[in-house]
Design a protein around this ligand. Structure first.
Ligand code: PMP
Length: 358
């Protein structure tokens, strides 16, 4: 439904819909790459106590610089990072929008490689940044020669790489990241929202930060950390890049409640991250099982699996939903994405999929 004619919205937004996966109350929710394991009672109590502590001072604005939280995030990331080289916002979505506010904008260009995270073009739209999408290879890996050619041609102000990529799950070859960093004239963002789920031996772009001052590595507490509801994303970069982001952020953008909750959650990182290994195992089992069933499956280093191909993927999605299993109709035509849940969730998914495709 277009926005009604009397609403004086920007014309280019008139036919747009608010972004978002359906939020449906069904028993098995495998559609937004959440962590199926919530915090323990003890962790929830510590988060609540920390929030209670700041609730007593909510008459005051929060720490604009979120110093305590950024110190905890820097310690979590390691790699010699300090709080001045880390920035936090309401989800990595907000971080990415700030990146485009600071480094994109009218007359500027951002490049990414599709199929990839479908919010990127929206950040570009919101910041009036020209958006150019290159293509990935058939196996969803980065076609590095094509990527370098596109960068040479477009001279983009921002390049967004995603590793592991959503919705395909594909991790970047570190040699390709390096090649892009050497070629790109502007900033390069490596979106590592799913970093903790990578298979062993796939290095993080954090290792390249000291060598490439125009590199930004974004992360989130929404996935591995099981804190999607807390809305906390962050980025590591050179301190001068972080200072540039501080120019465009709204004053007091990160509430005292968010800062307290995330800082408390970081104190319990061992517990919150404890399920990551189990989720990786379940992911690999799910991918193997899907292959045994005869489906095509993209290699995944994330907490989801893209599989296909279906002539009518919507019918399959609907059939699963009718059986109480919500997955995501996203990515290249003919493919579907399932997030990794508990073993029970995945059993329900398998049973439903077998019924629907029989
Ligand atoms: N980047 C990627 C690749 C994602 O898949 C997501 C969430 N789906 C995000 C960023 C944003 O996550 P959040 O805002 O919850 O940190």
């Amino acid at each position: 439904m277009p926005v009604p004619a009397w609403v004086p919205i920007r014309e280019e937004l008139r036919d747009d819909e608010p972004y978002g996966a359906p939020q449906l109350d069904v028993p098995v929710q495998l559609n937004t790459n959440e962590n199926p394991y919530g915090p323990s009672e003890e962790t929830a109590r510590d988060i609540a106590d920390s929030v209670h502590g700041v609730a007593l001072t909510l008459n005051r604005y929060p720490d604009r610089e979120a110093t305590e939280l950024r110190t905890s995030l820097a310690a979590y990331l390691g790699h010699g990072l300090t709080p001045e080289r880390v920035w936090a916002a309401n989800g990595s979505n907000e971080v990415m929008q700030q990146v485009l506010q600071a480094f994109g904008g009218p007359g500027r260009t951002a490049v990414s490689f599709a199929p990839t995270y479908s919010m990127y073009p929206e950040y570009a739209r919101n910041t009036h940044t020209r958006w150019v999408a290159g293509r990935r290879r058939e196996d969803f890996g980065l076609d590095v020669d094509a990527a370098l050619a596109l960068i040479a041609e477009e001279q983009p102000d921002v390049v967004i790489l995603t590793s592991p990529n959503n919705p395909t799950g594909t991790a970047l070859d570190p040699a390709h990241t390096r090649a892009v960093l050497e070629a790109a004239p502007g900033v390069v963002v490596v979106d590592e929202a799913y970093a903790e789920f990578r298979r062993d031996g796939t290095p993080s772009a954090l290792e390249l930060l000291d060598e490439f001052p125009r590199l930004l590595v974004t992360r989130t507490m929404s996935k591995a950390f099981a804190l999607a509801g807390g809305r906390l994303g962050y980025v590591a970069a050179d301190a001068a890049i972080i200072d540039a982001l501080r120019i465009v952020r709204l004053p007091y953008h990160l509430s005292a409640v968010s800062q307290a909750a995330a800082t408390a959650a970081l104190r319990h990182q061992d517990e919150l991250l404890a399920q990551v290994d189990a989720l990786r195992t379940t992911r690999d089992e799910t991918a193997d099982w899907l292959r045994e069933q005869g489906f095509e499956v993209a290699e995944s280093d994330a907490n989801f699996v893209l599989f296909g191909r279906f002539e009518d993927r919507h019918a399959i999605w609907q059939g699963l939903l009718d059986r109480g299993v919500l997955i995501r109709e996203v990515g290249p035509l003919g493919w579907l994405r399932v997030s990794i849940g508990t073993p029970q969730d995945m059993q329900a998914f398998r049973t439903a999929l077998q019924e629907v495709t029989r």
